[in-house]
Design a protein around this ligand. Structure first.
Ligand code: MF3
Ligand code: CO
Ligand code: CO
Length: 340
């Protein structure tokens, strides 16, 4: 049965005003619908992660800075088709498959994304602003003849996502200075020769406490464990199982309102990749490219969205971390494309 996706992601469904509380929070119509259709509820008797007994440094709640105007892109750089359109594209229902030629393009886009992310990570230091990181990322992508995929995606105003502390994802770069002890996810996507490469990492800013470091380490391990389970013929549901098992073992919880996705000529397509335990259908096929991008939280997995329509934060202010790779399914396994 066809499942209609109301907006770009499950990732980012339209927010609505919740009765009484007077603030925005994430509405998950598609996810809820998909669960009903696929009977995911039964498999979803997950346990909530618990706050670790290690000391988590008290951080001030995330504050917003000023967002500078979008950076210009030279005319010779090809823009993806969604740029200039206000609506967030729907998740395309086609699964993106590759032959020898398109794999070469995919690899080039993914390698560029990985190099840009590595460079962005070197800039993470106390007093640096996320706007400065955005500028550096934008320049490096443009200089490589590519387009920064987030810029203009559903009206996203900057070239990269920077998600600090309790921000789960889709943070908008602004004038806020990074502080000693912050954690920050930088999510880079580039559009090169008609192909998107999508990757993110959570970086440590200055001296970060051990509990927060553990969250970051375990999140990366979850992603890598899921990737090592992938190959032609493997069920997609194995991804959620691998991730949940490892996260729960460490007392962390897996965020459900954001998903991985097919990636290639189109930024977001099927297959939708659930990171939580699920009983969804389908097996991986050689030649597919998709992302695995789990978000783990130290506490709540529910999110509030800021009224900028993008910044998704944990409802209880607990810390969240995310890692993301674009992978290619092969006969014998999965190749990580977003590596330098
Ligand atoms: N890179 C994000 C992902 O992993 C999507 C960012 S879209 C933006 O799918 F508009 F928020 F930038
Ligand atoms: Co992605
Ligand atoms: Co991404």
């Amino acid at each position: 049965m066809e499942v209609r996706v109301p907006s770009m992601e499950l990732h980012r469904s339209p927010p609505f005003l919740s009765g009484g509380r007077g603030k925005f929070f994430l509405h998950k119509p598609f996810l809820v619908q998909a669960k009903r259709l696929e009977g995911l509820e039964k498999a979803n008797k997950r346990s909530r992660g618990t706050q670790s007994s290690e000391e988590v440094k008290k951080r001030a709640p995330l504050t917003r800075g000023t967002v500078s105007p979008p950076l210009p892109v030279p005319g010779h750089i090809t823009q993806p088709p969604y740029v200039g359109k206000k609506d967030t594209p729907e998740i395309a229902s086609e699964i993106q498959m590759h032959d020898k030629v398109s794999i070469v393009h995919m690899k080039a886009a993914c390698e560029l994304a990985a190099r840009v992310l590595e460079h962005a990570g070197t800039l993470v230091k106390p007093s640096v602003t996320t706007d400065e990181i955005d500028k550096a990322v934008h320049k490096m992508i443009i200089d490589a003849g590519a387009y920064p995929s987030p810029l203009g995606y559903g009206g996203f105003p900057k070239s990269v996502c920077t998600s600090v502390n309790e921000c789960m994802c889709h943070g908008i770069p602004d004038s806020r200075e990074l502080q000693d002890g912050d954690i920050i996810n930088i999510d880079v996507t580039v559009y090169l020769n008609g192909y998107h490469g999508d990757t993110s990492k959570t970086f440590l800013c200055g001296e970060v406490d051990d509990a927060s470091k553990r969250l970051v380490r375990v999140t990366e391990e979850c992603m890598l464990r899921a990737i090592s389970a992938c190959k032609h013929g493997t069920s997609f549901k194995k991804i959620g199982r691998r991730i949940s098992e490892h996260a729960e073992r460490h007392g962390f919880s897996v965020v459900e309102c954001f998903v991985g996705h097919g990636v290639g000529r189109i930024f977001h397509s099927e297959p939708i990749i659930y990171h939580q335990r699920n009983n969804g259908p389908g097996q991986m096929v050689e030649g597919q490219t998709f992302t695995i991008e789990p978000i783990l939280s130290m506490g709540s997995i529910e999110c509030d969205m800021w009224d900028d329509g993008w910044t998704a934060v944990t409802t209880d202010g607990s810390l969240a971390a995310q890692f993301e790779h674009t992978i290619l399914i092969t006969k014998t396994g999965a190749e990580i494309l977003t590596k330098c």
